[in-house]
Ligand binder design. Sequence first.
Ligand code: SF4
Length: 321
Amino acid sequence: MSTASKKQVLLAAPRGYCAGVDRAVVTVEKAIDLYGKPVYVRKQIVHNKYVVQSLEERGAIFVDETDEVPEGAIVVFSAHGVSPAVHQSAAERNLKTIDATCPLVTKVHNEAKRFAADDYDILLIGHKGHEEVDGTAGEAPKHIQLVDGIASIKDIKVRDENKVAWLSQTTLSVDETLATVAELRKRFPNLIDPPSDDICYATQNRQVAIKEIAPKADLVLIVGSKNSSNSVRLVEVSLEYGAKAAYLIDFAAEAKDEWLSGVTTVGVSSGASVPEILVKDLLEWLAKRGFGDVQVITATEEHLLFSLPVELRKELKAAGK
Ligand code: SF4
């Protein structure tokens, strides 16, 4: 139980939208404005229910694969990135593509291509079935194998133990990834690191902020969708760092009154694909239950912005928009 007697909310900063998500969402909005509806989007543009629903209302149609897009239509690739095979299948269907892959995911693709060109075996730490992992692995399928948890390390087979490199998904737990790398290095002492951090700044910063809050919190509420990797990690990190309970919710309406029983301090944060309006709704829900005192806990400030995909920028300029 917290020692504080007054009910309070500790609100994490930074939280919510990252530069890659903001860019991807604006890309779809501008594409609809420029070309008219519908604009097709392969996979969820970002892993958030509210964002996907809002874009559907504006005229986006979400599909699983490019073969569901009518020939010659416009398709946006999501922030999580795609493999070269997807680009190829879009070209075969004569689709006009706009690639909203986050530049920080593209960076990992480029690292994979470079290591593969030098004929390294690449160990990609990530979650099986996540779109980003599928896209990165597709850059060098013959060189990349997935490491999904420490237990999977024993199954790794490489051609030359002295020519092995690791990369990771951008939205993992920093601590868990370091632990996995330490285990990998026990097996492969000459393991090569990525040239720079693959876990992106937004994922790292949101984890740092919740780590400050979690030890003081009786309850942590993370706003985010269940398929959002970085949001799920925030719940796990909260519990690891001392929160007595932590839940992931898409909307304030999913929060339960019984979670507040005996609670005086609630930590709040949101995943990198979550618009601030959803956090506001949750703060209102909490205020109605006596948690109107909100203290912002700032771990760091973020100022990064990415420009829109070049193919869209050119056409917006040509159209005078
Ligand atoms: S979470 Fe990180 S990698 Fe993913 S879109 Fe945001 S900035 Fe890019």
